[in-house]
Design a protein around this ligand. Sequence first.
Ligand SMILES: Nc1ncnc2c1ncn2[C@@H]1O[C@H](COP(=O)(O)OP(=O)(O)O)[C@@H](O)[C@H]1O
Ligand SMILES: [Mg+2]
Length: 273
Amino acid sequence: MIEAIASERFIPNNTEIVRDGNGIQIITGPNMGGKSTYLRQVALIVLLNQAGSFVPAASARLGIFDRIFTRVGASDQLARGESTFMVEMHETANILHNATDRSLVVLDEVGRGTATFDGLSLAWAIIEYLHDHPTRSGITLFATHYHEVTDLAKTKSRVANFNVAVKEWNDQIIFLRKVVPGAADKSYGIQVAKLAGIPSSVIDRAREILATLERKERDLVEETRGHAPSHQLSLFDSRERDVIDALRILQPEAMTPIQALNELQRLKEKLEK
Ligand SMILES: Nc1ncnc2c1ncn2[C@@H]1O[C@H](COP(=O)(O)OP(=O)(O)O)[C@@H](O)[C@H]1O
Ligand SMILES: [Mg+2]
């Protein structure tokens, strides 16, 4: 299908999944890397096999599944009054309630429809549930761009990490479309955006913000280890920063109520100037 649609040569990938060995596979890698395609490839081969068909593979050895559960793509049902995220959660809920240890579960970017930390937390908890639940632990493929969830492989024996390989070259990224063992180390969002034609000034600004956020995260880590942070997040303009600095040194306990009120008024005016 990809060769017909994208006129790209299809790059085949091997799959070896043994339920009790590496039955939950987390596939990480950048957008456009080939995660969804890999998931669909596995699900389609299982489906074709069970329908008694030939399968598109040099060789295949497959077990019998009782059902294929999928949560892929985002065909919005806004007309029915459900947001994309609600649809995503409904479908995932159905899977978590009904999958068995003989099911194939294919989850593509579950959690993407909400804020990063929410989404990541949901993805994490869903994988844990599928792993730990005695009767829901079938074979699971979970594609995600939250590479943090790959840490689960350290503590969950049946979780294995795979990633779609990319090559970085002169700040560009080249997709290799090969699924290889191990976790992806970065998400390459900015490189993919650049590839898609986002204006270079936006790309440069995004890089700047990313660097600031990463520094902020490092500082937080250092701070909790007892070091002073060396940089400040400069997402605020200088006026807002002045107000924040003023708040920081303010000593409410040393002020009379009327002083506090005046100071509050002064800071508010400063912001509105
Ligand atoms: N194995 C493959 N061989 C060739 N092209 C591929 C392969 N996998 C993906 N692609 C191409 O890359 C595009 C993005 O793949 P997709 O699976 O949607 O990536 P992801 O889910 O990681 O964002 C596809 O539309 C297809 O054109
Ligand atoms: Mg995808």
